[in-house]
Design a protein around this ligand. Structure first.
Ligand code: PLP
Length: 390
């Protein structure tokens, strides 16, 4: 599918044109009928294909080493197309590692359509023991995005292949630059383009990458019917992000490693979670699976009560409070909601998205927050402080 041969495309434009059109007219009715019969490979209607979006899809497929890709309106749009589009009532899905919360909530929702699932949060658990007669899909996220635990992908895909089970992997944390799941035997890769790939915190998007055959099935069963379509405008923003992905990822990595070394050495920190420092059971798995590390990490504060976690977070100013990650701005959040171990199973856990500001400013910001834990006096909620912009 060529994105550039449409009439009116001016040769030489360095940025891809935004095809802001909902439909494509054809020179004859016969031609229209011919193209509509294979809508996945012809530009007919932008809920199906659009040249700007197709251009991005080609690039993503190349980066992941897949034959084809499809973009979606969000990461969840991509994930729901995969789960709801490719599964049927009576099927079972095995989730490996602690996967993105809404993904397992979606699995819960699919129970009402007769799709069963098991969540295996321990990445080192024996997945094969949990495979059932009706297991149709193994869905893995590695690293996870709260404790950053890593799964041995080659081992998992070997089991899945032996049993004839399709595998899907969420590769958002690593981006296609730092980890290549398809080369390790995974059938389908999903991404939230909202994070590093978009990279500027100004676009929501998702993608699925894999073989031409599965992508075709997904196009008709998951994309066309559910309609979580990426617009040409969003695609152009993601393409803009892709251009700087290698330099951004290198800088995210450099900043994250300095933050990790700093955290590891700090007396207020009892654990640090990131594949660079927490190798899990097998260091060889890390070295063979990753060619680099991104900047999303978490750590555990000593005596991690809600009050201390709040005090630490509120004392940060360069790290801003918010969900999501992968953009320029450093961000902080925490799953801690109370001091009740049932509702907050990870006391003291704080997650940082290490952004692209100077590493020195990031370390100084963290040090101010650590210092605030020791300081006496009234805790000033950050909402009362003036906003700072980078
Ligand atoms: C954010 C995220 C998603 C969902 O992506 P959206 O674009 O927010 O829908 C899926 N998986 C992971 C690991 C994520 O971080």
């Amino acid at each position: 599918m060529g994105a550039w041969d449409g009439p009116g495309a001016e040769p030489g434009a360095v940025a891809p044109p935004i095809y802001q059109t909902s439909l494509f007219t054809k020179p004859s009715f016969a031609e229209f009928v011919r193209q509509q019969a294979a809508e996945h490979e012809n530009f007919v209607y932008s809920r199906g294909t659009n040249p700007t979006v197709a251009f991005l899809e080609e690039r993503l497929a190349l980066l992941e080493g897949g034959e084809a890709a499809k973009c979606f309106a969000s990461g969840m749009g991509a994930i729901s197309a995969v789960l709801a589009g490719l599964l049927r009532g009576g099927d079972h899905v095995l989730f490996v590692n602690s996967v993105y919360g809404p993904t397992t909530e979606l699995a819960q929702h699919l129970e009402r359509f007769g799709v069963e699932h098991t969540v295996l949060t321990d990445p080192a658990a024996d997945a094969e023991e949990h495979i059932r007669e009706n297991t149709a899909l193994i869905y893995v996220e590695s690293p996870g995005t709260m404790l950053m635990k890593v799964v041995d992908i080659r081992e998992l895909t070997a089991v899945a292949r032996r049993r004839g089970i399709r595998t899907v992997m969420d590769n958002t944390w690593s981006t296609p630059l730092f980890q290549k799941p398809l080369a390790a035997g995974v059938d389908l890769v999903v991404h939230s383009l909202t994070k590093y790939i978009g990279g500027h915190s100004d676009v929501i998007g998702g993608a699925v990458i894999g073989s031409r055959d599965v992508l075709r099935e997904l196009f008709y069963q998951g994309h066309q019917l559910f309609g979580a379509v990426m617009s040409a405008m969003e695609a152009s923003l993601v393409l803009r992000g892709l251009r700087t992905l290698p330099v951004r990822m290198e800088q995210h990595q450099r900043n994250a490693l300095s933050v990790l070394d700093h955290l590891r050495a700090h007396p207020e920190v009892v654990a640090v979670h990131h594949p660079y420092v927490d190798h899990g059971p097998d260091e060889d798995v890390i070295t063979s699976q990753f060619s680099g590390f991104s900047g999303l990490l978490s750590f555990e504060l000593r005596e991690g009560t809600f009050a201390r976690v709040s005090r630490f977070i509120d004392a940060l100013s360069l790290f801003r409070i918010g969900p999501s990650w992968g953009g320029y701005e450093s961000l902080v959040t925490s799953p801690v909601r109370s001091d009740d171990p049932v509702s907050s199973p990870w006391p003291g856990l704080i997650r940082l998205s290490v952004g692209l500001e100077g590493a020195q400013s990031q370390l100084e910001d963290l040090d101010r927050a650590f210092a605030s834990l020791a300081a006496d006096g009234v805790h000033t909620p950050r909402t009362l402080l003036p906003e700072r912009t980078p």
